[in-house]
Design a protein around this ligand. Structure first.
Ligand SMILES: [Zn+2]
Length: 124
């Protein structure tokens, strides 16, 4: 099914998606930077200062958390890019399962939604 979009309206969603993509990329850059810095600290001379077991534990936890955040951001980035491709292809805003239009309310909240709420609930 093809959804009829007003050009201006579709542009709005495209803009939302592009903003989202830029925000994620900025955050990813910041977080990779943080990781690189911790690795540098723990492998360099500074490691001597944080050699207590407790510190090591929190450090590992923190790093694990950061890499979890990064991987979930990468997932979102993938979804955002996917949605942008759908805009180009002309099937943006259509549920990928039941092929019904996704309500605008949902798209405003989640511009990269692939599924309508009904299908999304079913797949969980
Ligand atoms: Zn659906």
């Amino acid at each position: 099914m093809v959804r009829k979009w007003k050009k201006a309206e579709l542009k709005q969603y495209e803009k939302l998606l592009i903003n989202e993509r830029e925000r994620i990329l900025r955050e990813l850059e910041y977080e990779s930077d943080q990781i690189a810095r911790t690795q540098l600290e723990t492998s360099g001379d500074l490691a001597a200062y944080s050699n207590h077991m407790a510190d090591q534990g929190t450090e590992t936890e923190r790093r694990e958390l950061t890499s979890q955040i990064i991987s979930s951001r990468r997932d979102t980035l993938f979804e955002v890019n996917h949605a942008l491709r759908k805009i180009t292809r002309g099937n943006y805003g259509v549920c990928e399962q039941c092929e019904k239009p996704i309500p605008k309310r949902r798209l405003k909240f989640l511009p990269h939604a692939r599924l309508c709420i009904t299908c999304s609930n079913k797949s969980h």
